[in-house]
Design a protein around this ligand. Structure first.
Ligand SMILES: Nc1ncnc2c1ncn2[C@@H]1O[C@H](COP(=O)(O)OP(=O)(O)OP(=O)(O)O)[C@@H](O)[C@H]1O
Ligand SMILES: [Mg+2]
Length: 494
């Protein structure tokens, strides 16, 4: 595939399970490969091994994993094996991108919140000094997920392979004090699936066991609305194994496996589940923002792709909302990323072609316009999901009297930077009397492809002309490594 024009940012999202790699302005990553690195276990069997130890990365490592010692450089979002991480970068730059003059291509590097300062600077140094890039921006992934659906304020729930994050963002500013991080994600669903299958007497004996489990999970697992009322249609699902045998997997295993996201105790974890973590996050936020956050919940990350997830979350979260008490009316006005420049038409709300019946758990094909379940007759109407990018923008801005930072949203009653009251006639939020019905408040914004939403957010931002000024050059970085901590909300001011 031809390289895009010089100046087009390269997007790198290195996850615990998959690396997503591509260019700004493109609808999907050009390369998606498993984040694994293998070295030979038995050197004698490797025909192409010379004097040096060879590395196999991504799909190459996956194919040869039987004879390789496989390493996972990123675990639970943190770099655990630097040597393997360097090999991932080498593979990205020398095998996949093969850009002759990399200094012409700025890099957008997606990272999790709370990456230690030393790690962040070290990664930047490797990119500048080893790979000779010329400019870089390191962006926290929840921003990018939020931008992927055209919002600047919202509550991002990001769940990949290793971690789940609950991240409130107001006017493009991440509210770090309220972020919740759960060591609970796709890898735990794999683990739960394996345990449940073993309980049913199904053992997968293959060097590809992990891959087979992942395939079963990604293609067939789903959420039911009420796990205490098991679906009436208990069938089983046939899965062909590499040796030609066929395993029968009971359908209850398929909906119980992801259940660990709502019941971490299934794996013995004593941690909050997703709805509890959302409530905890909101309690760390000023209540003036609760309504805006609850009505702009953005889902992101491969591990939230299961059918039935948003319906289940809505139900469980709705049941917990009374713990918050009265929820004041919305305060924040959404600031579209940029008026004329965005490629928002590229964003599509996911259209479901099949879904799980909320009553009996039957997987129903919706492609022919069915509105009810053929098995039990329950309504299959989908909740309204809409992308809210058309609200008017108030161009007037004001400065916070406390921290002096510029606040774009003139209707805001709190400064998103220091959290202090800024309204001229500022009154305590306790005086708000308008309380919305909690059931109507919760609204989801679901990207077309959850696993690529971080990439897609980067692809939109990276194609804005105003964004180009935010990249940090090597000279700037050398002069002041803190330049890496640039305010992304600056993009709205340009
Ligand atoms: N259709 C699907 N249904 C369920 N799970 C899926 C689906 N597609 C991908 N996944 C799971 O999502 C996870 C990968 O998602 P993603 O690429 O967002 O994570 P990551 O970026 O590698 O991890 P992290 O961000 O936690 O470091 C894996 O556990 C994968 O099995
Ligand atoms: Mg990720």
């Amino acid at each position: 595939m031809a390289l895009p024009l010089p100046g087009t940012p390269v997007i790198i999202d290195i996850g615990s399970a998959y690396v997503k790699l591509g260019f700004a302005g493109e609808p999907t990553p050009r390369f998606v490969f498993p984040c694994i690195v293998g070295t030979e276990k038995y050197r004698a069997v490797m025909v192409d091994v010379g004097g040096q130890r060879n590395y196999y990365v991504g799909n190459d490592a996956m194919k040869m994993r039987g004879v390789l010692k496989v390493k996972y450089p990123i675990q639970r979002g943190a770099i655990m094996d630097w040597e393997a991480y360097y090999e991932i970068l080498n593979y990205i730059f020398y095998t996949l991108l093969r850009i002759e003059n990399l200094s012409n291509y700025p890099i957008i590097y997606a990272e999790h919140p709370f990456v230690p300062k030393e790690t962040k600077e070290f990664i930047a140094r490797v990119l500048f000094e080893t790979h000779k890039i010329n400019s870089l921006i390191m962006l926290q992934s929840p921003f990018l997920s939020l931008f992927s659906v055209g919002l600047t304020t919202g509550l991002v729930i990001e769940s990949g392979d290793g971690l789940t994050w609950i991240v409130p963002i107001v006017n493009g500013v991440i509210q770090h004090q309220a972020i919740q991080k759960l060591n609970l994600a796709g890898i735990d669903v794999n683990h739960n699936l394996r345990t449940l299958m073993m309980r049913e007497g199904i053992n997968i004996e293959s060097s590809a066991a992990e891959e087979i489990l992942k395939e079963i999970k990604e293609k067939n697992c789903y959420f039911v609305l009420d796990p205490n009322k098991p679906p009436s249609s208990q069938g089983s699902y046939s899965f062909p194994m590499p040796d030609g045998s066929v395993k029968q997997i009971p359908s209850n295993v398929l909906h119980e496996a992801p259940e660990v996201m709502f019941q971490p105790g299934m794996l013995g974890y004593n941690i909050m589940n997703i709805p509890q973590a959302i409530i905890y996050c909101l309690q760390m936020m000023d209540k003036a923002y609760w309504n805006d956050l609850l009505s702009h919940i953005v889902l992101s990350g491969g591990n939230l792709s299961y059918s039935g997830f948003e319906e289940r979350l809505k139900q469980e979260l709705g049941a917990l909302l009374p713990q918050l008490g009265p929820i004041p009316k919305p305060q924040v006005q959404q600031t579209p990323i940029s008026s004329q420049e965005t490629k928002l038409e590229a964003i599509k709300v996911r259209e479901k072609t099949k879904d799980t019946c909320p009553e009996c758990g039957e997987l129903v094909d919706l492609s022919d316009g069915k509105e009810s379940c053929p098995n039990c007759g329950a309504s299959m109407k989908l909740p309204q999901v809409s992308i809210d990018i058309g609200k008017s923008v108030d161009k007037k801005s004001k400065k916070c009297p406390h921290c002096n930072k510029k606040i774009i949203d003139s209707t805001s009653v709190f400064c998103p930077f220091c959290g202090k009251g800024i309204a001229d006639n500022f009154t305590s939020v306790k005086e708000f009397t308008d309380v919305s019905d909690s059931d109507e408040i919760i609204k989801f914004f679901i990207p077309d492809n959850l696993q690529y939403s971080i990439f897609n957010g980067s692809a939109i931002l990276g194609s804005l002309p105003s964004f180009q000024n935010l990249f940090v050059t090597y000279d700037e970085f050398q002069g002041n490594p803190n330049a890496l901590y640039r305010e992304i909300s600056d993009v709205f001011k340009l």
